[in-house]
Design a protein around this ligand. Structure first.
Ligand code: TYM
Length: 334
């Protein structure tokens, strides 16, 4: 008998076209993990409701995320790929976990504080309990490894707290989930303008989307923030330059990266040349994903089939966990 495969869970919100950060923080790991683990990957459509998306646009966004996952190499036969709102068991576990989540700790979450700052008129309870819903997503399958970017680290810490609290109060049910990235540290891709992390909604000219044309990619990289170059050999890189190297390491050959690293270290680097090379390598990287996603995204029959198949399998696992949770909590009257 083989060892049970570890359970992996991760989701992406349906809030727009995916970008490089989503790809390298999350999807790239999904593709590799599908070979070795028992994977549950989903579109977090409930999470996207905090910002009240247009109901008509939501469907397109959900289809788009599914298509981009598949176009990037995710195999719906190997992983369980589904839409969060197809699994009502998640909402029930969310309710249970809400009883173990305290207002004070939720208010301290940095992503919550950011949202309050950005949108003071829409501080809804869904936003406050966002990390609880996220924990329910993971714990519903008793997930252990969670491939995410660095921005989700704090949320995962809360998931471990909620799991622990439940286990302590009612008896062991949930493993404590940990963030995961192949390689070492969790990834954080910065915006090309050097202002914070790359994100779906902020400066679109400084965000590389998985549906950008070759020319759009060239233009955006050309405008990426640089400076006049290092003044002394082996200087430390400013964060916006380090980000260009991070991105280059992801899409260019090791030889190319070494060439520009050396040029940086001996102060002969010309950022124009580096950007030109990076733009070509990036365009070559994005092109097949863009073309494949375009074809899949409009094949509603195919995507519906995948969603149904995924939902059926995900509900099986979710229902089993929920049965245990109810039993432990004493909600089993028949
Ligand atoms: P979301 O939709 O904002 O992002 C999806 C994934 O992309 C990663 N990511 C990044 N990684 C590196 N650099 C960036 N600039 C960057 N921007 C985004 C995110 O870390 C994430 O892995 N709360 C989640 C969705 C979610 C979820 C879950 C994730 C809901 N339930 C359960 C894991 C497990 C979110 O908003 O991701």
């Amino acid at each position: 008998m083989g060892k049970e495969k570890e359970i992996v869970v991760s989701g992406i919100r349906s809030t727009g076209i995916l970008h490089l950060g989503n790809y390298f923080g999350a999807i790239r790991n999904y593709i590799r993990m599908q070979e070795e683990f028992n994977c549950y990957f989903f579109v977090a459509d409930w999470h996207s409701l905090t910002t009240h998306p247009d109901p008509k646009a939501l469907r397109g966004n959900v289809f788009r995320v599914l298509a981009e996952n598949i176009a990037s190499g995710l195999d719906p036969e190997k992983v369980i790929l589904y839409v969060q709102s197809d699994i009502p068991e998640i909402a029930e576990l969310y309710l249970m976990l809400n009883m173990m989540a305290y207002k004070g700790e939720l208010e301290k979450v940095p992503t919550f504080k950011d949202k309050v700052r950005q949108n003071p008129d829409n501080v809804n309870a869904g936003l406050l309990t966002y990390p609880v819903l996220m924990s329910a997503d993971i714990l519903i399958h008793r997930g252990l490894k969670v491939p995410v970017g660095k921005d989700q680290e704090q949320h995962l810490e809360m998931s471990r707290n909620f799991a622990q609290r439940f286990n302590n109060r009612y008896g062991y049910l949930f493993p404590e989930p940990v963030p995961f990235n192949f390689g070492d540290d969790l990834i954080r891709i910065m915006s090309l303008d050097g202002n914070g992390k790359m994100s779906k909604s902020e400066n679109q000219n400084a965000t590389i989307y998985l549906n950008d044309t070759d020319d759009a990619i060239r233009n955006k990289i050309k405008k990426a923030k640089t400076d006049s170059g290092p003044q002394a050999p082996n200087s430390e890189k400013p964060d916006y330059i380090a980000n260009l190297f991070t991105i280059m390491r992801l899409v260019s050959t090791p030889d190319t990266v070494r060439h520009f690293e050396d040029a940086f270290n001996n102060c002969s680097i010309r950022y124009g040349d580096m950007k030109k090379q990076l733009a070509e390598d990036m365009a070559a990287f994005i092109r097949p994903i863009r073309e494949k996603a375009e074809a899949i995204e409009h094949d509603a029959a195919y995507l519906n089939r995948i969603m149904r198949m995924g939902a059926e399998k995900a509900r099986e696992s979710a229902a089993a966990t929920l049965r245990e949770a109810r039993k432990l909590m004493g909600i089993n009257f028949y």
